[in-house]
Design a protein around this ligand. Structure first.
Ligand code: TXA
Ligand code: MG
Length: 316
């Protein structure tokens, strides 16, 4: 059985011994292991039931440490790191040999992020290695935003979950790569495009299949609940149904039982909505409903990333 606690020293001991540990970040909880230890990395893939072609993000706590395992930081990447780290942004950078090929699924780039969570920053400070950490959910399911979500789904395989409270952003990090100095967004996420463009100018967005260029189209269905999810069109209402649930932005729909509905933000705040998105989807998944309707969010700020997640979670 897993233990849920707030002791970074206990977490550090498990990690130093090559075990995997659940860690809080501002985006979602991660399933962390020593990124420099191939056995620990293999354990991550096994526990998550994740295909080996899907590379992991490496987490650390300073730009100085990042330089130890990347060969180069292009200028726009450096500007973004200065502006947004620690934060919900992952940069794809050319890797050094120190990072095992297993972590990057053989790709020449490594995904790097400095997360913005005080407990995890403290943990990373204690360790003399970076942490590889995918979201701590079984592959394909909704990402966890509390320690309990991690324990519920992976508890029997993870000895310790570091509890840092509910994730403050609630969406996985935005992933950006650089080709010949040009920035490309590979995954929409917790850092809004508008904020990124304010620092480095216009970026292109290439998220149609997956952030893994080696597996085009394979992961377009992802982040999904077990119940079928139907993403409505803007302005569309679901047909009345006693056995339906609904995820709505500001207010419940008529025709669906109110106790089968979850409101993302009564005041229409997209950041609050993002924070609630995955927890509400989990709750809806556990209710006695046969189908979940989801209302699309406005396409601005974190609304883009939420609509992306809802599209991937939906039956297509
Ligand atoms: O917010 C987050 O990013 C969370 C927290 C725990 O940090 N982590 C997370 O990891 O969402 P994961 O493994 O669920 O998603 C990582 C994504 C995958 O889609 C993977 O394909 C992509 O990052 N990725 C990792 N390395 C890559 C690389 N070298 N090139 C392209 N995509 C990469
Ligand atoms: Mg994930």
């Amino acid at each position: 059985m897993t233990q849920i606690g707030t002791d970074v020293h206990v977490a550090a001991e498990f990690l130093e011994a090559g075990n995997v540990v659940g860690i809080p970040t501002e985006t979602v909880y991660g399933l962390a292991g020593n990124a420099l230890n191939p056995d620990a990395v293999l354990t991550i893939f096994r526990v998550k039931n994740r295909p080996a072609f899907d590379p992991l993000i490496v987490h650390t706590d300073s730009l100085q440490k990042v330089r130890q395992f990347v060969a180069d930081i292009p200028e726009p990447a450096h500007q973004l790191a200065q502006a947004f780290w620690p934060g919900p942004l992952t940069l794809l950078l050319p890797k050094r040999d120190l990072i095992p090929d297993l972590v990057t699924s053989g790709l020449p780039t490594v995904a790097v992020r400095i997360p913005r969570h005080p407990l995890t920053l403290k943990l990373l400070h204690l360790l003399n290695f970076p942490l590889a950490a995918p979201s701590a959910n079984p592959f394909g399911y909704i990402s966890p935003t509390t320690a309990q979500h991690v324990a519920d789904q992976l508890g029997d395989q993870v000895p310790y979950v570091l509890d840092g409270g509910p994730a403050s952003v609630g969406l996985e990090s935005t992933i950006i790569g650089f080709e010949e100095g040009q920035a490309t967004v590979f995954r929409l996420g917790g850092m809004a495009i508008e904020q990124i463009e304010a620092v480095i100018g216009p970026v292109s967005v290439r998220t149609h299949s997956t952030s893994n260029p080696k597996a085009p189209g394979m992961l377009s269905s992802h982040y999904a609940p077990r119940k079928p999810l139907i993403l409505l069109q803007p302005g569309e209402s679901p047909t009345p149904n006693n056995r339906a649930g609904a995820l709505v932005f500001r207010e419940p729909f008529g025709g669906i039982r109110e106790d089968h509905q979850r409101v993302l933000s009564p005041t229409g705040d997209l950041n609050e909505a993002a924070k609630n998105l995955f927890a509400h989807l989990r709750t809806l998944d556990s209710l006695p409903v046969d189908v979940i309707y989801a209302e699309p969010l406005p396409n601005q700020g974190l609304g883009w990333a939420m609509n992306d997640r809802l599209r991937r979670a939906s039956v297509q």
